[in-house]
Design a binder for this molecule. Structure first.
Ligand SMILES: Cc1cc2nc3c(=O)[nH]c(=O)nc-3n(C[C@H](O)[C@H](O)[C@H](O)COP(=O)(O)OP(=O)(O)OC[C@H]3O[C@@H](n4cnc5c(N)ncnc54)[C@H](O)[C@@H]3O)c2cc1C
Length: 497
């Protein structure tokens, strides 16, 4: 029996997968496609995470799609609103009808002879193996494991009489009203959870090993609000989007060039929101420079207000052991708790754990190099969406999907059936794919592809530069190698530089 075949197969129905389908439908209307999604619903991250207060930590005018205005009042928006934005996008464009839920893709094998991928998925409901084929594989599987968040090995957890929960596995039955809660961590999740829990908990302690950067921003964007009153949403949205893109780029570039100045500005901002005499140096003075790790946004200063009200305290120390009643710290201090939340991060996972094979040879991701941050050297007809670390994820994913559509249309116009980035320049050296010092990145980066020391193998993490390269740059750049169905076309149209 011949396998069911699609021109494009998208893996994942999160923010990126739905965006990818939208671009494909509108820019390559003749292409057949399907989405294979491991879970039972649309939304990925925004469906999985259910902890109190779950929200974006970048503004929705840039985390939203380029093609669909974000119309909610909140710029730093709650998880359910983001989920309904993604689901509505899918519904209105008829994308939801193309999704096969409960299909976890486990492997994809490329055959040059057949000019196609054979993709195998396991059904979550029946455990049946399903095989389909496609000409182009677009992997939108996010960047972390869904089944398990990261929790370090802590001593004595079995002794603790209360409940221990990782935010990735939060359930509605967790009762924290009036309780003493300790949240371990100082990243975006802790910054979100701590003030949200503090609304009804007895007391919340944010226990951090080391401090991070926090910046308070209004949850509503005043300029967006004013523009929305004066202009239709479709006209106001790109203006606010560009304002936020430029502000984010400016703050990132300034952090890179004048880290001392930015550190001092951020600390002044924090100090102005905390009670006089608060020990900023211990709790809010990071050891690293701004943007060596992601900066946490605090909407309307909610975390700082909760500290001022005495509902939240911050402790900077290391855990010695869990005890029956809570935690003993290396300093000897004891923290009593009824509930301990381990906001200790994610387990990164490249390509949704899929095994890739090219002409019988298994691809070792750690030995590959990312081309334009979206394809892999030596791997034909495959792209992946991977967002920015210093700006909203969707900005890069939108550009990636547009580029893939350009690439597919270019191949159709020239009669090419295969495109493979090949590094032909021996002077390009390898560097880690993500230039971030966060421990969740350092833990797993060796399992990810590398980036190269220069374009098109380098990840510049720069939206303006990526617009030039991905929207307007030459598809035939001398690095992308094409092969054609018709040998005559191959000789008539050599790969151009
Ligand atoms: C709590 C939290 C808050 C965040 N906030 C922000 C923010 O404010 N701004 C920002 O820029 N980024 C943020 N991020 C990063 C965030 O993940 C992205 O912004 C965005 O949601 C990623 O979308 P995605 O579709 O690429 O990946 P995901 O949302 O992870 O979706 C991937 C989808 O692929 C499916 N999938 C994975 N593997 C397979 C497989 N093998 N087979 C089939 N299906 C598969 C998954 O089930 C899932 O549905 C946040 C991340 C977290 C965890």
């Amino acid at each position: 029996m011949p396998l069911e075949h699609f021109d494009v197969l998208i893996v994942g129905a999160g923010l990126s997968g739905i965006g990818a389908a939208y671009h494909l439908q509108s820019r390559c209307p003749g292409k057949t496609y399907a989405i294979l999604e491991a879970r039972e619903g649309i939304g990925g991250t925004w469906d999985l995470f259910r902890y109190p207060g779950i929200r974006s930590d970048s503004d929705m005018y840039t985390l939203g799609y380029s093609f669909r205005p974000w119309e909610d009042a909140k710029s730093l928006a709650d998880g359910p609103s983001i989920l309904s934005y993604v689901r509505q996008t899918a519904q209105e464009a008829g994308i939801d009808e193309r999704i096969r839920f409960n299909h976890r893709v486990v492997s994809a094998e490329w055959s040059t002879a057949d000019g196609r991928w054979t993709v195998e998925a396991t059904r979550g409901d029946t455990e049946e193996a399903v095989r389909v084929s496609c000409t182009f594989l677009l992997i939108c599987s996010g960047y972390y494991r869904y089944d398990e968040g990261y929790t370090p090995e802590f001593e004595g957890t079995d002794r603790f009489a209360g409940r221990i929960v990782h935010p990735q596995h939060w359930t509605d039955d967790i009762d924290y009203a009036g309780k003493r809660v300790v949240v371990i961590g100082s990243g975006a999740t802790a910054a979100t959870l701590v003030p949200a829990l503090a609304r009804s908990a007895g007391h919340v302690t944010m226990l951090q090993r080391s401090p991070g950067y926090f910046v308070s921003l209004p949850s509503e964007d005043a300029i967006a609000r004013a523009l929305r009153r004066a202009l239709p949403a479709r006209a106001a949205y790109p203006i606010v989007r560009w304002k936020n893109v430029l502000l984010t780029m400016l703050s990132f570039q300034l952090s890179r060039r004048r880290p001392g100045m930015v550190r001092s500005l951020m600390q002044k901002g924090v100090a102005s929101r905390l009670p006089p005499g608060f020990d900023i140096d211990t709790h809010f003075n990071p050891r690293y420079d701004p943007w060596d790790q992601r900066v946490c946004l605090v909407p309307d200063g909610d975390l700082f207000s909760a500290i001022c009200d005495g509902r939240v305290s911050v402790v900077t120390d290391r855990i010695d052991t869990f005890t029956e009643r809570g935690l003993r710290l290396v300093s000897g201090e004891e923290l009593e708790a009824d509930l301990i939340v381990t906001a200790t991060g994610l387990n990164l996972l490249a390509l949704g754990g899929m095994r890739l094979t090219v002409d019988g040879r298994q691809v070792d991701l750690s030995q590959t190099m990312g081309y334009k941050g979206m394809m892999l050297g030596g791997v034909p007809n495959m792209a992946m969406t991977f967002g920015y670390t210093n700006a909203s994820w969707t900005l890069k994913c939108d550009l990636t999907c547009r580029y893939v559509c350009r690439l597919l249309n270019h191949m159709d116009a020239r009669g090419y059936r295969q495109c493979t980035p090949q590094n032909l320049d021996p002077s390009v050296t390898e560097e880690p794919f993500i230039d971030f010092s966060s421990s969740y990145v350092l833990r797993s980066i060796d399992k990810f592809p590398k980036q190269g020391s220069r374009a098109p193998w380098r990840l510049y993490q720069n939206y303006a530069l990526d617009i030039l390269t991905l929207k307007f740059g030459a598809i035939e750049d001398g690095t992308m190698q094409f092969a054609s169905t018709l040998p005559a076309v191959a000789t008539a149209e050599p790969v151009a530089a």
